[in-house]
Design a protein around this ligand. Structure first.
Ligand SMILES: *Cc1c(COP(=O)(O)O)cnc(C)c1O
Length: 360
């Protein structure tokens, strides 16, 4: 009954996926749907995309199991691999693709007794320095995995780019150069590109690309202009004005009374807060769209409510429609105002927000 909800267009996600494919026609594109498909509903998104994608990627086994339980039978790559040797049994049982991110994970596979061989991707650390084996260890790893009965023939060699969203950085070319040179003597497929590299670094396109954020319709560089990039934002976040009051100069708004009216002001209260995933750090001045007009947030974001300054919009009344992000205010614009990235806002949508799927 609360007037706060998100809308998701599954067709927009499909269209963004087609764009990712058309930008890299020689690559296979694995749809990354971790973190509940960046807040959009993992199972719904998987069902909608399954006939057009060769595979999905998630972060953890639990996410992959949830997809299998929902009847998704496409290949699913588990990006973080297993966190304990015992979980390898589940990888085989659910027929998952396994990323190997470090020596320990390789050793678990080599020494396991499995019901069958796994399909493995091997990650190289080409500069991000969190996951992946160093390129000097590649030969040994290929030899060990190649002779193991636990591994299907044919690895995919993979790396993750640290700075692909920074179009001025030289790091992406360095990382692409390093993975290409250190794997040149093998005949294995490569996987390098995330969304930013699909859009901006064609030299990173390889056998398998891994688009995530762009599928949901925003620019991974943080640009507000998804239209120019050909992307359609899939999610809109909506609520309503639930109260309106007139303040005198000197009256203040919200917890801590942080925002003080400097002139007579008309303040609207909206039924959304950080309990829904609206960023608590969004400062006064962050744009909010009321009846299609941009007005500034005033005062601190609380768990269930925010305030906006409606001065000058005399016709706004209780029950009027508010867009927090979507088409008028892109998630990147909101993120930029709140000092974060759109990824965090989308992935931070909380379970109490109902999602209305526009294509059903
Ligand atoms: C999340 C993730 C991706 C997708 O990145 P985007 O920037 O969302 O496109 C690709 N590869 C790996 C290993 C990831 O963890």
């Amino acid at each position: 009954m609360r007037p706060t909800f998100a809308t998701v267009s599954l067709e927009a996600i499909a269209s963004n996926y087609r764009l990712a494919k058309s930008l890299a026609p020689a690559s296979k594109s694995i749809a990354v749907i971790k973190a509940n498909a960046y807040g959009h509903g993992m199972v719904k998104v998987a069902r909608h995309l399954q006939d057009m994608v060769p595979a999905f990627a998630v972060a953890f086994i639990d996410e992959a199991v949830q997809l299998r339980d929902a009847g998704i039978n496409k290949p699913i790559l588990v990006l973080q691999g297993v966190h304990r040797a015992a979980d390898l049994a589940e990888v085989v049982a659910k027929d998952l693709w396994l990323m190997l991110n470090q020596q320990q994970q390789i050793e678990w596979v080599l020494s396991a007794r499995l019901a069958g061989p796994v399909r493995a991707w091997l990650k190289l650390d080409t500069g991000m320095h969190r996951l992946g084996i160093s390129p000097e260890k590649l030969d040994q790893a290929c030899e060990d995995l190649g002779s193991s009965v636990n591994v299907q023939p044919g690895l995919v060699l993979c790396t993750h780019l640290a700075c692909a969203d920074d179009l001025k950085s030289s790091m992406t070319r360095q990382q692409v150069g390093l993975i290409r040179s250190s794997t040149a003597k093998y005949n294995f497929e490569l996987s390098i590109a995330n969304s930013a590299a699909i859009l901006h670094w064609p030299e990173a396109h390889a056998g398998w690309n891994r688009p995530g954020y762009m599928l949901y319709g925003s620019c991974p560089t943080g640009s507000f202009d998804n239209v120019a990039a050909g992307l359609q934002p899939a999610m809109g976040m909506y609520s309503e004005i639930i109260a309106i009051r007139n303040l005198k100069p000197g009256d203040a708004v919200g917890y801590g009374l942080d925002w003080v009216a400097s002139k007579p002001s008309k303040i609207g209260t909206i039924a959304i807060g950080y309990g829904d995933g609206y960023p608590r750090h969004a400062p006064s001045g962050t744009p909010v769209s009321v009846n299609g007009q941009r007005v500034p947030l005033v005062g601190r974001v609380s768990m269930d409510a925010i305030g906006v300054d409606l001065s000058g919009f005399e016709d706004v009344k209780i029950g009027d429609r508010v867009e927090l992000w979507g088409k008028s205010i892109t998630v990147n614009e909101l993120a930029s105002a709140a000092g974060t990235i759109g990824y965090e806002i989308l992935a931070g949508l909380t379970g109490r927000v109902p999602i209305h799927y526009r294509d059903e």
